[in-house]
Design a protein around this ligand. Structure first.
Ligand SMILES: Nc1ncnc2c1ncn2[C@@H]1O[C@H](COP(=O)(O)OP(=O)(O)OP(=O)(O)O)[C@@H](O)[C@H]1O
Ligand SMILES: [Mg+2]
Length: 367
């Protein structure tokens, strides 16, 4: 049974990177083989459109959960990202926020209880307010991830947010924790960015994630193509940053999985960089078949024992960042446009240990 964890991404300050984090953290966790459900709890429905789902074509959304007029399972849609499903948002949520007739802060929690054994992670993208919808998310959540933009007014509103979390914890959800404060849109060339990072570290110490999300143009472009940064630009710094964040979160959660997925990032960096840069090319395997990398070529077992460097030589640049111990390649399948095939390559001590071919079929609801 999955060790389900519900994480609400919240900050009542607008435009700090909540939705960008919700989409890309969820996708990154999916790439790392976690079953993930993303919930769009913002009337702007940016997480929904950012994953290429058009709100007006949707029959059921989170609005139905708040109205309590449908079964939770009916609201769940597939996405194009592996292992990631979504409960889409809707502009109609705004009406619920404004006209709450029977306020019930347990509404979302009750709907999500039945899903806890189906997903490893449930990520909630909150709206920039501390109203009814966000409070419902706080009651349903196990923890809150707070994105903070590296700019002068970063601390603005943080005190209010922390005191709201404290009140919810006291009255409605005694288990509520802070997952961490995530610094976003960091630009090392800008002096005051560094100043703010240092200030936050002094104030909040261990609450700050080690991973910092840098300002990266791929992160801002990907939503207009209806995709996560991984489908848009796998080799971007944005992809690397969000994969690192997902590993940091998994490492905190699942100690038993640390060996394969949640190794200490500096350690991985050391291992892989050394091997990739220093290992002489070994060309003693017959890998010619990989010239055309398509679904018709099923003899993936030949990759077993290859180093990361060799895999890149034969299959091209990796979908994940090179430091991951689980790599993923999207395989073209000319026969079917509605199926996506992914090759997962698992490494142990920088050598391919096993390989898995997985297919994801788009839901007809998305066609
Ligand atoms: N690391 C980044 N690098 C570059 N652009 C970014 C980054 N993170 C977010 N952005 C851009 O900044 C803008 C605001 O980001 P986002 O929509 O994620 O914020 P938000 O907190 O969800 O906003 P809202 O409060 O309106 O819901 C978007 O245009 C987004 O593409
Ligand atoms: Mg948003």
């Amino acid at each position: 049974m999955p060790l389900s964890k519900i994480i609400a991404i919240a900050n009542q300050k607008g435009g700090v990177g909540k939705t960008t984090t919700a989409i890309n953290l969820s996708s990154a966790l999916g790439i790392l083989e976690q079953n993930v459900l993303l919930i769009d709890a913002d009337p702007q429905a940016n997480a929904t459109s950012g994953l290429g789902i058009i709100s007006k074509n949707i029959e059921f959304s989170i609005v139905n959960l708040f109205r309590g007029d449908t079964n939770t399972d009916q609201c769940i849609l597939d996405t194009h990202s592996p292992n990631l499903k979504i409960i889409p948002g809707s502009i109609k949520l705004a009406e619920i926020e404004i006209n709450v007739k029977n306020p019930n802060l347990n509404r979302l929690k009750t709907s999500l209880d039945s899903l806890k054994d189906k997903f490893d992670f449930i990520i909630i993208d909150c709206s920039p307010s501390l109203g009814y919808l966000t409070l419902n998310s706080f009651v349903a959540a196990d923890s809150i991830l707070i994105p903070v933009q590296c700019e002068f007014f970063a601390l603005d509103g943080l005190r209010k947010l922390l005191s709201t979390i404290k009140s919810v914890r006291k009255s409605f959800n005694t288990n509520l924790n802070i997952e961490g404060i995530l610094m976003t849109m960091y630009d090392g060339r800008v002096n005051h960015n560094n100043h703010i990072v240092n200030e936050l570290k002094i104030h909040f110490k261990d609450l700050i994630f080690k991973t910092i999300i840098k300002r990266n143009v791929s992160l801002s472009e990907a939503p207009s193509f209806g995709t996560s940064v991984f489908d848009y630009k796998m080799n971007s710094e944005g992809s690397t940053n969000y994969l690192n964040l997902s590993r940091e979160i998994m490492k905190n959660l699942i100690p038993t999985k640390q060996k394969s997925l949640g190794k200490k990032i500096p350690q991985i960096l050391k291992e892989t960089e050394e091997t990739i840069l220093l290992d002489p090319t070994v060309k003693d395997r017959d890998l010619d078949n990989f010239k055309t990398f398509s679904i018709n070529n099923k003899n993936f077992d030949k990759l077993k024992g290859c180093t990361k460097k060799e895999v890149i030589e034969h299959l091209g640049m990796v979908y994940n960042d090179i430091h991951s111990d689980v790599w993923m390649y999207h395989i073209t399948d000319k026969v079917s446009l509605i199926k996506k095939n992914y090759l997962y390559i698992y490494f142990d001590k920088n050598k391919v240990s096993h390989i898995k071919l997985r297919r994801f079929k788009f839901s007809s609801k998305l066609d």
